[in-house]
Design a protein around this ligand. Sequence first.
Ligand code: VG1
Ligand code: CO
Length: 543
Amino acid sequence: MTIMTIPTKPIEGQKPGTSGLRKKTRVFMGPHYLENYLQATWDGIGGVAGKTLVLGGDGRHFNDRAAQVMLRMAAASGAKKVIVGQNALLSTPAASHLIRKRKADGGIILSASHNPGGPDGDFGVKYNVANGGPAPEGVTEKIFAATTTITEYKIVEAQDIDLATIGTSHLLDTEIEVVDPVADYQDLMEQLFDFPAIKALFAGGFRVSFDAMHAITGPYAKAILEDTLGAAPGSVTNGVPLPDFGQGHPDPNPIWARDLMQTMFADDAPDFGAASDGDGDRNMIVGRGIYVTPSDSLAAIAANASHVKAYAGGLKGVARSMPTSRALDRVAESLGIDCYETPTGWKFFGNLLDAGRATICGEESAGTGSDHVREKDGLWAVLFWINMLAARKISVAALMAEHWKTFGRNYYSRHDYEAVDSVAAQALVDDLRKRLPDLPGTTAAGLSVESADEFAYDDPVDGSRSEGQGLRFTLDGGGRIVLRLSGTGTEGATLRVYLERVETDADRMHDDPQEALAGIIAAAEALAGIKQRTGRDKPDVIT
Ligand code: VG1
Ligand code: CO
């Protein structure tokens, strides 16, 4: 085995976005593409010599090949050890847990998360730091800088490592330990939740349908829900991870998890439905005949945390990304705890969790989690819900009705315009930004604009500042609109329009959200001219 030093040149566009570097799979498979990025990662973090790393991925096309490249490059640069999930699989939260549990220096997660997979789909690489969380901006900037100056990378010339067999081997001096991807994660869940109470619930006939969307959570959900907790066989659907996710789009929302929605709205619907995304960090919660919007799920979780074992002692604080609805703020207020507002992306929660300022965090994009790991965690949220229902002996619909009655309802929806012309999308945002100072006091589709600004975040823990995090508008009557461009897409631009309105009239809390938000939707159109500028007459995805 020899270490080869391969000359290379910078490749344009290797800039990590909201969550790692995401590109078309074929781009990642191109000459030097993955190698350049991994070497830049090593260089950006000050090298991997003597370090321990965790490695896993969501099983999408190229996961297996990319894992072998990572191992050869970690060994070539002198890593002490790499802990790898069997067959190079690990859900994102399981990887985060493993980094923390084994006190590793960091980890590589091979995933483009909710983006479709396959040779014509997307691939991605995320680097997580020693606390188990996504690399903060300071680190991703260094990695990106290294991609622009790279001249060579180091890789070991060797046969593939056997990643199918649990155990330890060596590549040069680097120890490669292949571990069961599920076991440690399952142990953690058992510590957090009341497994006997959930078992009793299932034994009493409670029915659940969990759609793993042919992605990474299948093996986790089967082991925990069916094999350990006793949910009926077949409760987990699409449970075998496939390299192309069965040609599906592993994004758990009412559009892409349509089958689950149909199951949950049928006459003989189970009591509880859920789904997770490609890499297992997102969750979708559906009750019999009711879809729970992620912002509401987050608020309900916070409001009911005292019923769940690990959180019964109280929450230190909560945090949500800026576009996420303010339903959580109302719960925090009633609990007398702080509610932090961060930019989009889980990396911004890390400091708050590390500093003990927040216990539970969440995003409107179906990401919810707590200080048990440093990533959002799909199955954790599902278990939280089931535990909550078991403890309270209540249905999803009744729990949400009670929640809205207590706190008011924040009607909420996100409208996505996907693969829009990048220049047009950027111009829309730039032009609107210029008009921000003039907008307060004007009206948009009959609603008066109270405030208009661009969100910037000053991290209260390390003092770092992140600018350009979304344009936001508040309207009279408790309405709010946020516009931002996605940082995870790989084709053109995706414009996200977040819409919210508070309703405190108990008689008006069970309307269709799109109807309840019609005035806000019209105001967003009046402010931004979305249809004309994007050439679209309706959003591609409504969540
Ligand atoms: C999206 C979501 C964001 C989430 C990110 C990563 O980012 O909006 O809330 O943290 O995806 O999720 P963007 O920039 O496209 O809006 V995952 O599960 O794809 O890693
Ligand atoms: Co994800």
